[in-house]
Design a protein around this ligand. Structure first.
Ligand code: K1U
Ligand code: ZN
Length: 194
């Protein structure tokens, strides 16, 4: 069976996916604790599509819904890799979606990573986090998944899950570094607006 989509106008296709504004520090919504999602439905999938587009456009490797002003427990991520043995090739897109993620186990050993954040642009600093974690979440289809993460995946999911608690990677740094980072972002925004 074929669906007749003639009733859709061009504008409807454009409205199907949108790049949203990413909130930056010191926006108060970034400090909110995100609420659990009740159902993975088409409206939530549309939001996750927007989040992914926004993340690719930034560009970034992860994004939490609260960063676009929607304080609900949803994360998107893409840790794209180039096809093996083809360093010149375009990276293959590997979008991942995490709804109501929970960490059910974390390793005792920690790993360092020089983190960045789209909500704290141009600031990078080292954060130590558990090297491996075991996660439980709902995927794009609303199915429950459990998997183990290590390397950049472990770092990124913990960074994004911090966002769901209103915590930014700069909150893991000294007060001096954090205050400097916020001041730098504020100054950059002021200069952009001038
Ligand atoms: O704001 C965010 O939460 C996204 C953030 C995710 C992240 C990066 C590094 C460590 C932990 C979590 C980013 O994507 S910052 C931008 C970035 O890392 C990047 C951008 C382009 C290419 C590769 C990486
Ligand atoms: Zn972030």
């Amino acid at each position: 069976m074929r669906y007749n989509l003639d009733f859709l106008r061009f504008g409807d296709y454009i409205a199907a996916m949108a790049i949203r504004e990413i909130l930056t520090v010191p926006h108060p919504v970034l400090k909110e604790v995100s609420k659990p999602v009740d159902t993975v439905d088409d409206a939530l999938r549309a939001l996750m599509d927007d989040m992914l587009e926004t993340m690719y456009d930034a560009p970034g490797i992860g994004l939490a819904a609260v960063q676009i002003g929607e304080p609900i427990r949803v994360i998107v991520m893409d840790l794209q890799e180039r096809p093996e043995g083809e360093p010149e090739a375009e990276p293959v897109k590997q979008p991942r979606y995490f709804v109501n993620p929970e960490i059910v186990w974390k390793s005792e050993d920690l790993a360092p990573y020089e983190e960045g954040c789209l909500s704290v642009p141009e600031i990078y600093d080292e954060v130590m986090r558990p090297a491996r974690v075991r996660l439980r979440y709902l995927n794009y289809q609303g199915e429950q998944v459990e998997e183990e993460a290590d390397g950049l995946f472990a770092t990124c999911i913990q960074h994004e899950m911090d966002h769901l608690e209103g915590v930014l990677f700069i909150d893991h740094l000294s007060k001096l570094k954090r205050d400097r980072a916020v001041a730098k972002v504020k100054k950059a925004k002021k200069n952009e607006a001038a």
